[in-house]
Design a protein. Structure first.
Length: 74
């Protein structure tokens, strides 16, 4: 591509600028609504009495291959 034929890149440049503008607008909107305050308190809202913070309640079941391999190594 020649240095003078950047008109083919114009759609990509326009989409990039539009994405940047939308991102900035969304950041200002979220700051205005208070979504960027108290990150620690908001991060803990997903925990309940059934799944308390700091306790592992979900795990993948071990496959039979893994179980046999571990018994041999012990």
């Amino acid at each position: 591509m020649e240095a003078t034929s950047y008109t083919q890149l114009l759609p990509i440049i326009i989409l990039g600028v539009a994405f940047f503008v939308v991102t900035i607008v969304m950041l200002f909107w979220s700051a205005k609504k208070g979504h960027l305050r108290r990150f620690d308190a908001q991060a803990k809202t997903i925990f309940t009495e059934e799944e308390p913070e700091g306790e592992i309640s979900d795990k993948f079941p071990e496959s039979s291959k893994t179980t046999r391999g571990r018994k041999k190594n012990k």
